[in-house]
Design a protein around this ligand. Structure first.
Ligand code: FO1
Length: 323
């Protein structure tokens, strides 16, 4: 374990999973907890699917498909194709191996395990040593508000391929959802060293975590730096619809606009990590009251992931040393 204390990473799917693997390569299992968004979750074909937990677990296990960004490598699609042939719903592509995860999770939930327990069991089975937590054991579901009406998140994202114009989001169930107990306990733990907000979609991956009752207060009360890594580089999201959503919401699609989005939560984020290509935005982000670290944020390989993790950890330590 390094001397920077325990690190709590807040993550969505693909981008977050990349930084999570970088952090896991630098930190001992007892020094890192990854909290995943579960507002993308849904029940499909009778199975509970947790895309962000899956992406993080598969990446940490070294079994993720790096081309697609989601699901398992070396996947086959026999069940899905057969299902499609029967007239079943095949728009959400569940691979043969991936199905085993959803079957096992759904079975454990039916048997009475909560999502944290089912996740811990899957992590153990996949050989993952670091702690992966769902943000809550209670259901929260993102509903995407579009010019043509509301859509459940996966219908918007996968079935409609993010085509509808976004006007807003709501997180069904969030008012009654309790943050996962160990997540809150970590925020109150004197051994906590920093909170990292992974390069995930601020609207649909990070906001659901932040807006769980009690989380913002706990984050503001903990005396450690909160550092966010930009998911927008050169005006583009490396993966997913964040840039398109920003434009449709009337925001600039820029790292600065992401920082401004987080600045809507006063006193939350102390440090913001920006890509080299966006260096010119540093003064504007500093004017929001955040320290800025400019670095390469594009994670193409394990070296990049480890490097970004190291820079984030050093940046957080620096802020902690000179608040
Ligand atoms: N994303 C897609 O774009 N198409 C799919 O068919 C798809 C299937 C899928 C199955 C299991 C799983 O865990 C994730 C899956 N994803 C798929 C990814 C996922 O829906 C999104 O990347 C996240 O919800 C956004 O973070």
């Amino acid at each position: 374990m390094r001397d920077g204390g325990h690190i709590l990473a807040l993550s969505g799917g693909v981008g977050g999973a990349k930084l999570a693997t970088g952090l896991a390569s630098r930190l001992a299992p007892e020094a890192l907890t990854i909290v995943c968004n579960t507002a993308d979750d849904f029940v499909h074909l009778g199975l509970t699917i947790c895309p962000d937990l899956d992406s993080v677990m598969y990446a940490l296990a070294g079994r993720n498909d790096t081309e697609r960004g989601w699901g398992l490598a070396n996947e086959t699609w026999t069940v899905l194709e057969t299902l499609g042939g029967l007239g079943g719903e095949a728009w959400f592509r569940l691979g043969d191996q991936d199905l085993a995860t959803h079957l096992q999770r759904s079975q454990r939930l039916r048997e009475g395990a909560n999502l944290s327990k089912a996740t811990a069991e899957l992590c153990r089975a996949l050989g993952i040593a670091h702690r992966v937590l769902p943000m809550s054991n209670d259901p929260v579901r993102t509903v995407v508000q579009t010019a043509s009406g509301e859509l459940p998140f996966q219908h918007y994202f996968v079935r409609e391929q993010c085509r509808p114009e976004v006007t807003g989001f709501r997180f069904e169930g969030i008012a009654a959802a309790r943050p996962q107990a160990d997540f809150l306990a970590r925020l109150a733990d004197p051994a906590l060293g920093a909170v990292l907000i992974c390069p995930s979609n601020p609207f649909v991956s990070v906001d659901p975590i932040l807006q769980l009752p009690g989380v913002l207060d706990a984050l503001r009360a903990c005396p450690v730096p909160v550092v966010a890594v930009t998911p927008i580089v050169g005006g583009q999201a490396l993966k997913g619809p964040a840039a398109k959503m920003m434009r449709e919401l009337g925001l600039a699609s820029s790292a600065e606009a992401v920082a401004a989005w987080y600045a809507r939560y006063p006193g939350l984020v102390q440090g913001f990590m920006l890509d080299e290509i966006d260096r010119a935005q540093q003064p504007a982000i500093e004017a929001l009251g955040m320290r800025v670290r400019v670095t390469n944020t594009v994670m193409k390989n394990a070296g990049d992931r480890g490097m970004l993790a190291s820079v984030a950890l050093a940046f957080a330590q620096e802020i902690a040393g000179h608040p």
